[in-house]
Design a protein around this ligand. Structure first.
Ligand code: AR6
Length: 184
């Protein structure tokens, strides 16, 4: 793998790649979930299918609900990842833009806190809330990258945080990373 956009923060690293999160061989992948932790569409549907929907749903039911801005953890079952961290981003139109920002940041921070609690060293995130939930990706990308940088500056963990981006969201995050790398 050459020239993936990346940013080193002390001992920790943020990477961006384009692709399907279910194939990621990391300790934990993050699901863009709903508050009920029910199988949905988008990346959530793909994760449930790849993990084994019945097993993952049973595990989700045991830890549901999950309010917007929070996260829950389950096993990964048939996935290469050991854990799935289910994070609920905001439905963009249900909040003021600044409240939606706060809730999106909170979903990432809650996921990283759970990851640290479970000894996760590598984690892959999708672009939470920017699909079915309608959060504009141009607004999310700089906010998310800045949140990851801030978290890793403080905690230095997980050592690898990878954003796995679907199709045309990749260049948006790449531009945001380049901008933040140039100014930090
Ligand atoms: N790998 C990585 N990213 C993906 C994949 C994949 N396999 N598939 C889609 N994406 P969304 P949300 C991207 O809609 O907006 C579900 O029904 C997608 O292109 O999956 O948080 C849940 O159950 C977009 O950039 O999540 C909730 O009800 C990003 O993942 C609701 O949707 C997130 O899009 C959550 O909506």
């Amino acid at each position: 793998m050459t020239d993936l956009p990346a940013l080193q923060i002390g001992q920790a690293r943020i990477e961006l790649c384009e692709g399907d999160i279910v194939t990621q061989s990391v300790d934990a992948i993050v699901n863009a979930a709903n508050e009920q932790l029910r199988q949905g569409g988008g990346v959530c549907g793909a994760i449930f299918r790849a993990a084994g929907a019945a097993d993952l749903q049973r595990a989700c039911d045991a830890v549901a609900p999950c309010p917007t801005g929070e996260a829950r953890i389950t096993p990964g079952f048939a996935l290469p990842a050991r854990y799935v961290i289910h994070a609920v981003g905001p439905i963009f139109d249900s909040y003021s833009p600044t409240e939606a920002d706060r809730l999106l940041v909170s979903a990432y921070r809650a996921s990283l806190a759970l990851a640290r609690q479970y000894g996760v060293r590598s984690i892959a995130f999708p672009s939470i809330a920017t699909g079915i939930y309608g959060f504009p990706v141009e607004r999310a990308a700089p906010l998310v990258i800045r949140t990851l940088v801030d978290e890793l500056r403080v905690h230095q963990s997980p050592a690898l945080v990878r954003m796995v981006l679907w199709r045309d969201t990749f260049p948006v995050y790449r531009a945001a990373l380049a901008q933040i790398a140039a100014t930090s």
